[in-house]
Ligand binder design. Structure first.
Ligand SMILES: Cc1cc2nc3c(=O)[nH]c(=O)nc-3n(C[C@H](O)[C@H](O)[C@H](O)COP(=O)(O)OP(=O)(O)OC[C@H]3O[C@@H](n4cnc5c(N)ncnc54)[C@H](O)[C@@H]3O)c2cc1C
Length: 459
């Protein structure tokens, strides 16, 4: 089963993405009027008669309902653009600074978090006088990088984190039941993530390449779903006078979102961006899901703990209000206390800003509020399953469920890379929000039912 070559969508105004595209071999020109073909089975697959064997252990994420994330990652919603991220990264009155993946040109990635942390430290460095007190809100990767840089530059830095743990959307579980520690947030790296790769290497976290795709229907294996219908949709949208939802562009360009392979590709897109095609901008589409990936298969916590070493950190402390003027900043904490600093770096997820989890006094400028409202916060949930025995027989790392009514269509098989029988399911968009509402028993049953074509039935 071949791995699909890395591709990027390119939209009308997607300058940064276009640069990336230039680095890749061009795709054949898409045919905007051709509907996505229904896949033809090429080999018979198993016909399950019952749910597959139960796993020995499972864990799942709950980002959609997490008050300190309120989603998984930002996306460029229809009507918004990368300019909104630039607006959000502009300092307010030289007192309030924003960082975090949503303010970067690599949204929804660790690389974006790192670059935003570096960028904001430079901005503060230009505005602040020697020795000033700087608060960094959020001990995720962007906050940790910003805090370390600011501390190195001689500022008095305090990091304030709402959770009792650091890391934010980087969340390695420490559980002896797992030979490979489950990652409830980020853990996959593309060739563009070289700086993050270097940081991971510095902390001796093992990394393994993931390779190969397997797509199954109830009738057997088929070609892995590809981006062609969406590329046609983006080409359709490009000359239009206004942005359109990617879904509309897909149907208008002759694609059929219900076609099994297109639906499987859209599910993969949702699982990597957090957004459904109805929400995504066709003018500024996301990068096409990358399947040339490396997986961090060890404990990633030092990635954040390292930079925070020796920096003053207040855990379990929620910031609920930020008052600012040209003399300084006052932070209102959930405990009712207040903290005065000279400047503040806000790295909380876009979902927290969108839900007004922090009250600003005075209100943020109209430009910032517009950017926060326009950008989208997507939802991704992940479930890790560990089996005691070998219950599947393929070396393919990326599994796609094509057709049927599976809840989770995108899976990663860690067995070839790690020798452990671990499957990781990823679900995005509306399906992720629905998945988050399930009880653990229901979620496990839905996951196993989704795998019915891949795993043998329980004896
Ligand atoms: C399921 C999932 C899978 C992902 N997979 C990948 C992947 O494979 N590869 C990749 O590169 N990226 C991935 N990402 C994205 C990546 O995790 C994020 O882009 C990155 O971790 C964001 O870092 P950040 O510092 O911007 O935000 P965060 O890590 O969210 O840090 C913000 C911090 O602010 C804290 N906070 C929130 N509100 C308050 C408050 N009011 N007061 C004080 N503190 C507060 C939060 O608790 C959090 O610790 C994934 C994300 C998710 C959710």
């Amino acid at each position: 089963m071949g791995i699909s070559r890395r591709t990027f969508f390119v939209g009308a105004g997607a300058g940064a993405v276009a640069v990336l595209l230039a680095a890749c071999t061009p795709e054949p020109a898409p045919n905007p009027t051709t509907a996505a073909p229904t896949p033809t089975p090429t080999a018979p697959g198993p016909t399950p008669t019952a749910l597959p064997a139960k796993p020995a252990a499972f864990v799942r994420s709950a980002w959609s309902t997490d008050p300190y994330a309120r989603g998984a990652m930002s996306f460029t919603a229809v009507g918004s653009s990368p300019a909104d991220r630039e607006t959000l990264s502009e300092p307010v009155e030289s007192r309030v600074f924003f960082a975090g993946e949503a303010t970067s040109d690599r949204p929804g990635t660790l690389s974006g978090a790192v670059s935003s942390g570096e960028r904001v430290a430079e901005q503060v460095g230009v505005a602040a006088a020697n020795g000033e007190r700087i608060a960094v809100i959020g001990a995720g990767l962007s906050g940790a990088i910003a805090a370390a840089r600011l501390r190195q530059a001689g500022f008095e830095v305090t990091v304030i984190e709402a959770r009792d743990r650091i890391g934010g959307r980087l969340h390695t579980l420490d559980d002896d039941a797992w030979p490979v520690p489950p990652q409830l947030g980020a853990w996959l790296l593309s060739p563009d993530d070289s700086e993050v790769q270097q940081r991971i290497a510095l902390h001796d976290v093992p990394v393994e390449a993931l390779d190969g795709e397997l797509a199954l229907t109830d009738a057997g294996s088929v070609e892995a779903p590809d981006a062609a219908p969406l590329e046609a949709a983006i080409a359709w949208a490009e000359p239009r006078p206004a942005d359109a939802p990617l879904l509309e562009a897909l149907t208008e360009s002759g694609g059929d979102p219900e076609a099994p392979d297109t639906a499987a590709f859209l599910a993969l897109l949702a699982a990597t961006t957090g957004a459904d095609a109805a929400e995504l901008s066709a003018w500024f589409p996301p990068e096409s899901p990358d399947l040339q990936l490396e997986a961090a298969v060890g404990d990633l916590r030092d990635l954040v703990a390292g930079p925070l070493d020796d920096i003053k950190l207040l855990r379990s402390t929620t910031v609920v209000g930020i008052a600012y003027d040209d003399t300084g900043v006052s932070l209102r904490l959930g405990t009712g206390e207040a903290l005065s600093v000279d400047r503040v770096v806000v790295t909380v997820p876009l979902g927290v800003l969108k839900d007004e989890g922090i009250e600003f006094e005075p209100l943020l400028p109209f430009s910032h509020r517009g950017a926060i409202a326009a950008l989208g916060m997507g939802d991704v949930e992940t479930i890790w399953l560990r089996f005691d025995d070998d219950v599947w027989d393929t070396d393919a790392a990326f599994w796609h469920v094509v057709g049927g009514d599976a809840t989770i269509r995108s899976w990663i098989n860690l067995a070839p890379a790690t020798g452990e029988n671990i499957l990781v399911g990823r679900v995005g968009g509306e399906a992720a929000r629905a998945f988050a509402q399930l009880s653990d028993d229901e979620a496990l049953a839905a996951a196993l039912a989704s795998l019915a074509w891949f795993l043998p039935p329980a004896q």
